[in-house]
Design a protein around this ligand. Sequence first.
Ligand SMILES: Nc1ncnc2c1ncn2[C@@H]1O[C@H](COP(=O)(O)OP(=O)(O)OP(=O)(O)O)[C@@H](O)[C@H]1O
Ligand SMILES: CC(C)(CO)[C@@H](O)C(=O)[O-]
Ligand code: BAL
Length: 295
Amino acid sequence: MRATLSVPTVVRTIAELHARLDEYRAAAAAGTIGLVPTMGYLHEGHASLLRRSASENGFTVLSVFVNPLQFGPTEDLDRYPRDEERDRAVAAEAGADLIFMPSVSEMYPKRPLTTISLTGVTEGLCGASRPGHFDGVAIVVTKLFNLVRPDRAYFGLKDAQQLAVITQMAEDLNVPVEIVPCPIVREESGLAMSSRNVYLSPEEKSQALVLSRTLKRVPEWAAAGANAKELKERVRQAIEEQPLADIDYVEAVEYPSLAPLEDEKEAAKAGRVLVAVAVRFGKTRLIDNILLPQA
Ligand SMILES: Nc1ncnc2c1ncn2[C@@H]1O[C@H](COP(=O)(O)OP(=O)(O)OP(=O)(O)O)[C@@H](O)[C@H]1O
Ligand SMILES: CC(C)(CO)[C@@H](O)C(=O)[O-]
Ligand code: BAL
């Protein structure tokens, strides 16, 4: 049962966050708390996570925090899109009860001396092209877990590696939170929703449709017998046909271990196969993926 249907309260400090959570816990001893961590500039992908949380928990906390520790020195931290009014409206419509929007100094009064670093799952894909990125994600997500103490936390499969990293971390560290994977939400065109889509020019956006269009064909290629290497080659070839596409990676890995799969034997042994891409269109780096077999 939802605690309330009213407009979510916005809190900016840890003290206010704790006060609101204490109120909820005192009023609804048996109610569960769901957490949806985001970097804001909310879209329908985020809304789907919030709706899922609101349907499964008595109280849903949305966090909006552009975490500097997960950005590399040449990445887009300074221009990352922000729109608080829009975030509040999307959060209200999707059923959030509380929005935690801390400042950088509230989250990091000092630069943390602790590192949370996973091996294996962080080594390929985005971990290889964004050194330190997942250490930054792991520390902020751990802080959010400790601050909110949610029963469940919701993450999108669009960031499949992030989901695998957080799930592994929660398991390794006995974090008492159920990590709930949520499907990728796409625009009608097929483009995976992403806050960074706003950076794309009309031409870049039109060429970026090659990602979803190509990934959609992967199940049929796999069913016809293509092995992991061939799948990667086909996907790469299709993307390379778009003149504005600058490929960062095209990978086929076992999911959720993210171990590379180079041959048919390995792929046959794998439980699920993740075909994942990261591609730049102009200055915008987009990610997308497909998980086989599909749910
Ligand atoms: N299209 C989507 N479908 C499902 N979940 C999504 C989608 N886009 C983002 N999410 C999830 O929302 C959460 C917050 O992500 P984030 O705020 O980084 O949004 P984003 O749109 O992925 O931003 P960016 O453009 O920076 O990658 C993550 O768990 C992410 O996987
Ligand atoms: C999980 C997260 C909110 C941590 O900053 C971020 O990486 C994101 O938005 O996916
Ligand atoms: N959605 C992942 C956050 C990032 O790109 O930093």
